[in-house]
Design a protein around this ligand. Structure first.
Ligand code: DGJ
Length: 519
């Protein structure tokens, strides 16, 4: 059974009894709707060396008539993924897809009396199911349960489906909270004891930006939402986050009772200073609301960011607080993804990486992502064996961030973008393509690096009076996950006569190298 497991500080996804790194790609929203449409997509995924596809399950297609489930298409698609040796992370497009309820079946959409919508501050309803309705919860939960029951019956022996994202980019629009009578009643009530108890118990570890909000009322521990958190958009958002988290948690609990796959939620990120509901979906699993989501969603395994903004490191730092494992289910499919895959798997020891709409590639054989996945795929057993022990690092470099320094064992590594050497043609360009790599320490003096665009020099930090030399550098491949096969022994010009270890930017390779010390 796929599950999460802690190794040291790192959470690993275990699939078929082995730690698994998701080298993934998410499909465009409407791509997984027929075998025919998927036919040319499977080979693209394979060409890009993906081991996992992130693909929607559409509520409207699996339950076209209430209580009558149709899993025929889903079964065929799962079988085809299996034939292609691909794992699946299913995205449950249930009640919410980018805030909206566009994937709800017609019997839900057309019965507003039974399945109420949210209302904005002007009393206007939108195509968004309210999380405050028991009927809405029950309908989503029953469908999700049926899905998980079916997956258990059909996939329990193969484990093609390894994880589920429950709903997609949940959040309230176009106002920070909703104003249906159901919501208004709840908003007048005291903050639920369950939430207050969580906050009191975890007070020392709450996200600082959330603590600051609570602190303004002197950490009051009972009262209405506005008495505890103050009146305003931030409280409206906290209120929505709680009820979205509770709803999603109930759906997840019901699903896990059938078949306990790991389950997570994803978020549309907010620009700094932007207003909830007005400029971004309010109440989603965002860093400033992570305490609310963790309190309301104890069965949610982790919260994930979707990247359509450039500042990967900033958001990943926020998402990895409180031990939240990092998985990046979406990133704009741009020319930074190869480097960022290596960086996130190295620096954050993430569960995996997955750009969005990967089938849009016209030339999958040329995709840098595919080249990066090839080398990381080979190195996976080495990476996972050393996770959680301060033996792995990742780098991400461009013209603005040309170098970084970190320590592995006794050594300080100074890693620079390979363009700093000035050998490569594009090094005089105004912008530099991103370089990224993952480093693993496998012995006191032995290391692997996989990636592109880096040049590395070393210092002994335990004994700075010693000089560090390079004993040997081999470029190679790891066969069957364990046999290291040397393709090229690198020295001379390729190591600047023993001064550095490097991989140029248009090259994606694995190097194994040994260092030594001399007086
Ligand atoms: C984020 C969503 O989660 C995806 O399903 C898709 O709609 C993309 N945005 C589109 O850019």
């Amino acid at each position: 059974m796929p599950h999460l497991n802690k190794q040291g500080k790192t959470t690993q996804l275990i699939v078929d009894d082995k730690p698994f790194l998701i080298l993934g790609g998410e499909l465009g929203n409407s791509t997984f709707t027929s075998m025919e449409y998927m036919e040319p997509v499977w080979p693209k995924l394979k060409t890009m060396n993906m081991n996992t596809v992130l693909a929607p399950v559409y509520w409207e297609l699996i339950e076209p008539v209430e209580g009558k489930f149709d899993f025929e298409l889903l079964d065929k698609l799962v079988k085809e993924a299996r034939n292609n040796n691909l794992k699946i992370v299913f995205l449950w497009f249930g009640s919410w897809k980018n805030s909206m309820s566009s994937h709800a079946p017609s019997w839900v959409k057309k019965n507003q009396a039974r399945f109420p919508r949210i209302k904005d501050d002007k009393g206007i309803s939108h195509e968004i199911l309210t999380p405050f309705s028991e009927n809405n919860l029950e309908a989503d939960l029953k469908a999700y349960k049926a899905l998980l029951k079916h997956l258990k019956e059909s996939d329990e022996n193969d484990h093609t489906v390894i994880m589920i994202q429950t709903e997609n980019e949940i959040g309230m629009l176009p106002t920070a909270k909703e104003y249906s009578s159901l919501a208004n009643e709840r908003f007048k009530e005291n903050v639920p004891t369950e939430l207050m108890q969580y906050l009191i118990k975890n007070k020392e570890n709450l996200a600082p930006e959330f603590n600051e909000i609570w602190g303004k009322s002197g950490f009051k521990n009972s009262g209405t939402w506005e008495e505890i958190f103050g009146a305003g958009l931030q409280t409206d958002e906290i209120f929505m986050a709680w009820y979205f988290a509770k709803f999603t948690n109930s759906v997840i609990e019901a699903g896990k009772a059938e078949y306990p796959l790991p389950m997570y939620v994803n978020a549309a990120l907010n620009r700094p200073e932007s207003k909830p509901g007005i400029s971004y979906p309010s109440g989603g699993p965002l860093p400033h609301l992570m305490d609310i989501w963790r309190a309301g969603g104890p069965s949610i395994d982790f919260l994930s960011p979707d990247f359509y903004f450039p500042d990967l490191k900033h958001w990943c730092d926020l998402y990895t607080r409180q031990g939240n494992p990092l998985f990046i289910p979406e990133h704009r499919f741009d020319n930074t993804v190869a480097a960022k895959a290596a960086f996130s798997l190295g620096h954050y020891e993430s569960i995996g990486f997955s750009p969005f709409s990967v089938e849009s590639s016209a030339h999958p054989e040329n995709e840098p992502l595919g080249k990066m996945y090839k080398v990381i795929g080979q190195l996976t057993p080495v990476i996972t064996a050393h996770q959680g022990q301060n033996k792995i690092e990742g780098v991400l470099l461009d013209k603005q961030n040309q170098e970084c320094v970190f320590q592995l064992g006794n050594y300080e590594f100074k890693v620079r973008h390979s363009y700093t050497l000035g050998y490569e043609n594009n090094s005089r360009n105004d912008t530099w393509d991103m370089a990224g790599a993952i480093f693993v320490q496998t012995g006191d003096d032995e290391f692997y690096v996989a990636g592109s665009g880096i040049v590395v020099t070393f210092r002994n930090v335990s004994n700075p009076s010693l000089n560090v030399g390079i004993l040997k550098v081999d470029e190679g491949k790891l066969e069957n996950g364990k046999e290291w096969k040397v393709i090229r022994h690198l020295n001379g010009d390729q190591t600047h006569q023993g001064r550095h270890v490097r991989i140029f930017l248009d090259d994606y390779s694995i190097l194994r190298f040994e260092l030594y010390n001399y007086n």
